[in-house]
Design a binder for this molecule. Sequence first.
Ligand code: ADP
Length: 244
Amino acid sequence: IEQTAYQNDKLAMLGKISAAIAHEIRNPLTSIRGFIQLLHKDLVKLNKQQYGDIILSEIDRANNIIHEFLNSSKPTSPVKQDVTVNSLLREIVLLSESEAMLKGCILENVPSRHDLHLWVDVKQIKQVLLNIVKNALDAISYNIGKPGKIKIQSRASDQAAIISIKDNGPGMDQKTLAKLFEPFFTTKESGTGLGLSVCYRIIRNHGGAIHVTSSLGEGTEFIIKLPMKESAPIQEKHRKVFVQ
Ligand code: ADP
């Protein structure tokens, strides 16, 4: 009986995931089809460039969904190695600097005074940090008359390294905060809504935790806790999501 129940669970889950994927892929495909039809009828001579851009970005979106989904459903047995938080954050800043510059955003990295050593899958943790910084860069694009600022810092607390990524973007309302980590939840026109659900899973697989505080009109702070090398995983059953 247990086996059957387990298989049913798996099937139900698979059904849910397939339905969600079908839904997510169908939207961009429908809009691509519509625009190609318009181009075909040659009704939009003047807007060809713009429609071409939309088609390209919708194709990218469909592609991203498939890419992120495949990435997120792969069995994740992390390949761990020793790395310091400062070196990780230096690299994240380097990779995000050009986009920040283009957006006139100040990207500030305050290195921790001591080298905090982690024992993690570096590729996966980089993916998490980049995704959160990317979301912060997306968020500050909505600032009106206020230059964007993202501050990244880290410190040690007991046996854990704490990494904070704080932006002065528009922040989130309670409804968004509550759904933040759900797969496919997005408020962006061409978002996939997969980024943070993958981040959440990666951090949990590393025995860490991820917290968010956000305040409308002020900004958002993501706090990632990771056990330092040779310490036990952090005992936390639930993530905490709250509004300041
Ligand atoms: P995506 O970026 O594709 O939308 P994510 O899972 O990375 O998917 O993010 C889900 C949603 O969380 C975003 O659409 C946005 O509404 C919200 N969000 C994430 N980070 C921030 C932030 N720094 N400021 C405001 N909203 C954010």
